[in-house]
Ligand binder design. Sequence first.
Ligand code: SF4
Length: 344
Amino acid sequence: MISATPDIKALDLPGIESALAALGQPRFRVRQVVRWLYGRGVTGFDEMTDLPGVLRSQLAERYALGRLVLAAKEVSADGTRKYLWELADKTTIESVGIPAGDRLTVCFSTQAGCAMGCTFCATGQDGLTRSLLPGEMVDQVLGVAADMNSRVSNAVAMGQGEPFANYDATLAALRFMNSPDGPEIGARHLTVSTCGLLPGIRRFSAEPEQFTLAVSLHSAIQSTRDKLMPGVARYPLDQLREALAAYGVRTGRRPTLEFALVAGTNDSDVELKALIAFCRGMLCHVNLIPVNPVAGSGAHRPDDARVRAFALGLTSAGIECSIRTERGVDISAACGQLRQRHLS
Ligand code: SF4
């Protein structure tokens, strides 16, 4: 049943501070509450045992405490785990846990569904259901950590949704993830991956934390990009380049350009040349991602030789690049695939 009271997971840190101040609580209670919510991940106010009983009752009267319920899980032979979570209103979202040596990266969703409509993406085919609350994002990280019995070293807003279409909640979630009272993931290990919403990139450039930026580029030719990513056709490539260059100058950090290689669509020499021209003279790192096949999308990955040739073309032009190691190819690891299967 959906609660009529607001969910405390909707609050950012200043929101929790105000809520506790309104109840006449001293400041140190803020850290206690955050620790219970995002350090220990409790599911009820009555578990917050170092708070006075009266305060626990007051919080329970005023707020719901939403939690994620695991609806499905798939485990890959390479250790990657894909999760489908059900939220309080029965909406479902996905996360992925990717272990590598002593690192565990969680790819979390910022929205249920997505309005951007990228043609190669299973989530984009279903449209937007709703944006997530900050706590619903942090809880994905906590849920994966608990399931994999491991500390999360990196978290990436690269699951379902466009993070900058849910900017404030995403930043609030990153701050809880970074907090010593939460999972305490280093700021540089917290990445936002956007499909290129310019107002978001500009705002992000001015944030005080050293969070990392990744942008889905997928083509440096306007007509190809518009076809692949109709949701950002209103932000022309020259303006995107300008915003990324300004980000580099302002922060001194290198944004990652994600480039999902789709056979016959953006893997030609003309595309490569345009990509080189886009990157030249700008701080950036290109991440080539041979696309995961999505049922019904008609998108296929190029063969390995073509992927390697593309990478070689970039490095020969002095552009830093890597080919993303495929993880979880035997499960529905690409964004939206597990949810799509579950709904069908
Ligand atoms: S790739 Fe990302 S931005 Fe594009 S439709 Fe999928 S979830 Fe949305």
